[in-house]
Design a protein around this ligand. Structure first.
Ligand SMILES: NC(=O)c1ccc[n+]([C@@H]2O[C@H](COP(=O)([O-])OP(=O)(O)OC[C@H]3O[C@@H](n4cnc5c(N)ncnc54)[C@H](O)[C@@H]3O)[C@@H](O)[C@H]2O)c1
Length: 438
């Protein structure tokens, strides 16, 4: 199959490279000429484990190309995937669909034979129909179908998720489009991946329902963690105790500073907006958004309280800035709430993140970036763990203690063992963990 991927960001680039690995001929298009120039030189503009090799192998095999103009790629394609951004629209919280509709209008002009135009971007219900309308209006003679194929990959594990998904959801409404989509995902038949074929609206709603459910699960355990802190219970044991119930499941029961990232915040907002418009308000999701926003703000206060009510004049060593480990993505990261609030309270922030400092440097001001976690510890009056990078779990608490003037840690990801930390003489506070009995 020949595939054109419109948008070569986190999703477009990973999807394009993985489709090439399936054996298809893929052209990844992006408006960002700098991004495409780097990709053509073999540079990967984002941090995603394994992506560099996948791109290099498939480019070398002649199955993966990059360009800034979609015309030739679309004209030759059996399927065109739209993988452009759908950020939150300013003002009302709805998804900004201008990139999707802009791409649809451009694609329309270049359709040269039967083509399936697939929305891979996360889009509110009704978008697929509007994409079809835009194409029909711009090119009435075009032979095409639209399809919805939402993406469920997780940044940091994106390739594994794409190549071995739990399921593939495909919204199609013609046999011809279904055959094209089945052909594209045929390699997954070997590993018996469930294919969920639906109508277009169902596929669109499924993506938002999935993200809203996961965001709800995180928010639920975060509130249980607050309760645990007040009553001397341990949220880790509670999470294990409920998570082993097969109806609940163990994943997404890790308490922390609130969900962030490029998907959950914007997708919960967009779902709430769509649902209000449809007169079927999602009150649980609305509450999740509110609780989560408040939680991110509360985390700075947790650090301030831990320091005795003030961080004025203190240096706060921050470990981790990205919204989760194994990515350089800073979109809606909890650190973007926590760091400025600590600075506003008079603290000086020294930070280390394995991959996110370049991006963080563009967004956060007044932060001193250092090269290692130990360097941050050496300068800090208090350390705050915001992202649970694997390498932080391997830090030697004794070395941290030696480096610090006064060993104090607020661990917003519970990467350290409270008993061990207290035993070593740290002032230590996690999330939802009991304080030692005195
Ligand atoms: N990031 C994730 O983990 C993830 C997971 C699942 C779904 N999604 C969804 O996938 C979509 C893309 O997300 P992302 O994180 O890859 O975004 P991104 O911002 O990293 O990438 C989008 C790219 O599209 C390009 N673009 C915009 N308009 C264009 C046009 N007309 N022609 C060519 N290129 C164009 C931009 O330059 C940018 O490089 C969003 O809807 C998102 O919600 C993201």
């Amino acid at each position: 199959m020949r595939i054109a991927m419109i948008g070569s960001g986190y999703v477009g680039l990973v999807s394009g490279a993985c489709f090439a690995q399936f054996g298809h001929d893929v052209t990844c298009i992006d408006k960002d000429a700098d991004k495409i120039a780097r990709l053509r030189k073999g540079e990967i503009p984002i941090y995603e484990p394994g992506l560099d090799k996948l791109v290099a192998d498939n480019a070398k095999a002649g199955r993966l190309e990059f360009g800034t103009s979609l015309h030739d790629a679309v004209a030759a394609a059996d399927a065109v995937f739209i993988a452009v951004g759908t950020p939150t629209r300013r003002g009302d919280g709805h998804a900004d669909l201008s990139y999707v509709y802009g791409a649809a209008a451009e694609i329309a002009k270049s359709i040269a034979h039967y083509t399936v135009v697939v929305t891979k971007s996360t889009v509110p219900v009704g978008t697929g129909r509007e994409v079809a309308r835009i194409i029909r209006e711009a090119h009435p003679a075009a032979e095409f179908d639209v399809a919805s194929n939402p993406e469920f990959l997780r940044e940091g594990a994106a390739i594994e998720d794409f190549m071995k998904p739990d399921r593939v959801v495909i919204g199609v409404e013609s046999q011809r489009a279904r055959e094209v989509m089945s052909g594209i995902y045929r390699p997954l038949n070997l590993i018996q991946t469930p294919m969920v074929f639906t109508n277009i609206e169902t596929a669109e709603v499924t993506k938002y329902a999935g993200n809203a459910f996961l965001a709800t699960k995180i928010t639920f355990i975060n509130e249980i963690a607050d309760l645990c802190e007040k009553v001397g219970a341990d949220v880790h044991d509670v999470a294990r105790g409920i998570g082993l119930d097969g109806r609940i499941g163990r994943k997404f029961l890790h308490p922390g500073p609130g969900f962030g990232g490029s998907c959950f915040p914007k997708d919960t907002l967009a779902l709430a907006y769509t649902a209000r418009e449809a007169k079927a308000p999602q009150t649980i999701v609305e509450q999740v958004i509110e609780v989560n926003n408040a939680r991110k703000k509360k985390m700075a206060q947790k650090v301030i309280d831990f320091c005795g009510g003030s961080v004025a004049g203190l240096t706060i060593g921050v470990l981790g800035l990205t919204f989760k480990p194994n990515t350089d993505d800073m979109r809606d990261a909890p650190s973007l709430d926590i760091v400025p609030a600590l600075q506003a309270a008079g603290g000086k922030v020294v930070a280390f993140d394995p991959e996110g400092m370049h991006e963080a440097g563009r967004i956060l001001s007044g932060v001193t970036f250092v090269k290692t976690a130990y360097e941050a510890a050496a300068q800090a009056d208090v350390l705050v763990v915001i992202t649970e990078w694997h390498e932080f779990r391997g830090l030697d608490p004794r070395r941290i203690k030696e480096a610090m003037r006064r060993p104090r840690i607020v661990d917003l990801r519970n990467i350290f063992d409270p008993e061990e930390m207290h035993g070593l003489g740290f002032d230590y506070e996690g999330v939802g963990r009991p304080q030692p009995r005195t």
